[in-house]
Write a protein that binds this ligand. Structure first.
Ligand code: PGA
Length: 257
């Protein structure tokens, strides 16, 4: 079997700072049918605000829909006002935590070092990181895309063992494509995904590189999802705006089948 054939597609909705708890419950209710229909073929994840995690965990009752948090702190507990720790999220039923989203890097000062500490905390708490990387428009125009992404992948994974890296989801999200309606073309995305997988092979080994799932994110919509998800190294999508509407998110999930 080809190594790639073992990678199950993963479509995740990053709700960002959207949806009250009742709205979150209503959205998940609308998604249940779609998720049940594709259950084994595509892994479906939603990342609501911290506030909605517990109510969604209760409402999901074992439905094949995984929960992700959008962020965490790297310490387990302590005097860190306003923060939430990885063990707290694991206890609420989170399977994943998004780390290093470009909004966190750009608006909240996250660095490769803090992203790495968070990723380690997520692994230590028994969850899987969705580690985001991606270049700005200026970096792409300066032909620095692959250098920037390599630095972010190396920094984010520093000191983490192959067996743990294999559980990671990486998300390639060009900053210029996030929330802009301007997605990377499938060829642009595939080029970076293949480069990331090649880097994983050099940093670890072919087996690990073949197991890591790499999502594309940045203006994924129902009308571009199938083409992006059809690329050999694109193993799923991290979806922002389009994940807030059940119909659009359902269409993207179906495009992954
Ligand atoms: P978008 O966001 O789909 O709204 O571009 C993607 C993301 O930020 O993960």
């Amino acid at each position: 079997m080809a190594v790639s054939a073992r990678r199950r597609k993963i479509v995740a909705g990053n709700w960002k700072m959207n949806k009250t708890v009742p709205e979150a419950l209503a959205l998940v209710r609308e998604l249940r049918g779609t998720v049940a229909a594709v259950g084994d073929v595509v892994e479906v994840v939603v990342a609501p605000t911290f506030l909605a995690l517990q109510p969604l965990h209760v409402a999901l009752e074992g439905a094949p829909l995984q929960l992700a948090a959008q962020n965490c702190h790297w310490e387990s507990s302590g005097a860190f006002t306003g923060e939430v720790s990885a063990p707290m999220l694991a206890e609420l039923g989170c399977a994943y935590v998004i780390v290093g989203h470009s909004e966190r890097r750009q608006l909240f000062g996250e660095t490769d070092e803090s992203v790495n500490k968070k990723a380690r905390a997520v692994v230590a708490a028994g969850m899987k990181p969705i580690l985001c990387v991606g270049e700005t428009l200026a970096e792409r125009e300066a032909n620095q895309t692959l250098d920037v992404v390599e630095r972010q992948v190396r920094g984010g994974l520093a000191g983490i063992e192959a067996k743990d890296v294999a559980t990671f989801v990486l998300a390639y999200e060009p900053v210029w494509a996030i929330g802009t309606g301007r997605n990377a073309t499938s060829a642009q995305a595939q080029e970076v995904h293949a480069a990331i997988r090649g880097l994983l092979g050099r940093l670890y080994d072919g087996e690990t590189a073949g197991r890591v799932r790499i999502q594309y994110g940045g203006s994924v919509k129902p009308d571009n999802a199938a083409e992006l998800l059809g690329q050999p190294d694109i193993d799923g999508a991290l979806v922002g705006g389009a994940s807030l509407k059940a119909g659009d998110f359902a269409a993207i999930i179906k495009a992954a089948t």
